[in-house]
Design a protein around this ligand. Structure first.
Ligand code: ATP
Ligand code: MG
Length: 375
């Protein structure tokens, strides 16, 4: 066990890193953040930030030397970086686990190997793969770049074979997946932790509403059949086991109008749809990450209240920040801001969690606040 007082390294300085640091500080750990952007959301609250590129060999050596364990908040860390760090210091999750989630083609092949259903897709690595990919799906479809997509970036809707070719060129012939557009009943996700002994523990299933490809709200408990919620948790555990994963992991699912459960994506980290755990569960996903990477026992993941989490995107910022009175006037709404210096459209600036006796009441209150903030 790595006990309080020890130093945890966090690769990445964004909001997931920030909320991790806050959880680690509650427990009495020291945290060093490695992140190229100075004064990062995570760096602001950490004991220290090493300002360096993720592949700066000198900085990595110093970082590994000074940490007792290293963890991450995003998936696009080059495998060689984690491998070199792990020669000096335990790194959780491992480079191999991250490797399965950095490329949508590798990820979807892996989901299939797990015996689970990905969204129907065709892989495009070269121009000659386009025809076979089109045969694998039905239109309408989405052409997504295989690497570095987030918040719906790198996605083009296509309705005909010609549009696929056009979109492929628009993606500069980068590796892509052609994904069938699913008629969704809803979207759900599971955040779970898996420890070194191979034990897993899930958080309650979240129902996720997206706007323009970006998460808008998470609703917990999810309004789906118990059988679907259970199947999602079982599938997520199976994925974590197959990855031999250590740390916190999230799996996003699509529920089709025919009640089929399709795996959309795997995120080898804490997840936006798990932010509700901070205010509504005995243990947050961030504390669970601290506990898991430090080899402590899991914390209880019990939900204490129905909750709705609402994201605050940069679109709400004009020349000044939104009028937070609308949030503060709601006594069971908790505001979280990430300390980002500048707001841009689509940028995640913060979120708030609204607790109530039912998800319907929580959502009504959350939406009233959101409308007021938007005015
Ligand atoms: P993030 O990493 O933030 O989840 P991303 O860029 O990887 O984003 P996806 O999860 O691929 O994005 O897509 C974002 C959202 O767009 C999905 O949650 C869903 O609402 C919608 N979407 C994506 N693919 C499909 C699809 N094949 N059919 C229907 N809706 C889709
Ligand atoms: Mg996604």
């Amino acid at each position: 066990m790595i006990l309080p007082g020890a130093t945890i390294g966090m690769i990445g300085g964004g909001q997931l890193g920030r909320m991790f640091v806050i959880a680690a500080k509650y427990l009495g750990y020291r945290v060093i953040v490695l992140e190229p952007g100075p004064d990062s959301p995570a760096g602001q609250v950490a004991d220290e930030q090493i300002v360096a590129e993720y592949d700066d060999a000198t900085a990595l050596a110093i970082f590994a030397e000074r940490c007792d364990v290293i963890t991450t908040e995003f998936e696009n860390i080059p495998a060689h970086v984690l491998e070199s760090l792990s020669a000096t210091c335990p790194v959780r999750p491992s480079a191999q686990a991250l490797g399965k989630t950095q490329d949508r083609i590798v990820e979807k092949d892996f989901i299939r190997e797990c015996g689970l259903l990905p969204v129907p897709y065709g892989a495009i690595r070269t121009r000659s793969d386009v025809a076979t990919a089109i045969d694998a799906i039905e239109f309408p479809a989405i052409l997504k770049t295989a690497r570095f997509g987030y918040d719906g970036k790198g996605q083009i809707t296509v309705n005909t074979p010609d549009e696929v070719v056009e979109a492929y060129h628009a993606h500069n012939s980068a590796d892509c997946v052609l994904e069938q557009r699913i008629d969704l009943a809803c979207e759900v996700s599971v955040v779970l932790a898996r420890n070194e002994r191979g034990e897993t523990q899930c958080f309650p299933v979240s129902e996720n509403l997206h706007r323009d490809g970006i998460l808008y709200q998470s609703i917990v408990p999810a309004r789906v059949d118990e059988s679907i919620a259970k199947a999602a948790q079982t599938a997520a555990k199976h994925i974590a086991n197959q990855l031999d994963y250590v740390g916190v992991l999230a799996v996003e699912f699509f529920v089709t109008k025919q009640d089929a459960l399709l795996v959309n994506e795997i995120a080898p980290r804490t997840h936006n749809s798990g932010h509700f755990t901070i205010d509504a569960c005995v243990t947050s996903q961030f504390e669970q990450q601290v506990r898991t990477v430090c080899n402590l026992p899991f914390g209880d993941t019990r939900l204490l209240s129905p909750v709705v989490m609402t994201n605050l995107l940069g679109d709400l910022w004009g020349d000044s920040q939104p009028d937070w009175q609308h949030v503060f006037n709601s006594p069971a709404t908790k505001l979280h801001l990430y300390g980002k210096a500048s707001a841009r459209a689509g940028r995640k600036m913060g979120h708030y969690c609204t607790l109530a006796d039912s998800v319907e009441a929580a959502q009504a209150e959350a939406n009233t606040i959101f409308t007021a903030l938007s005015e």
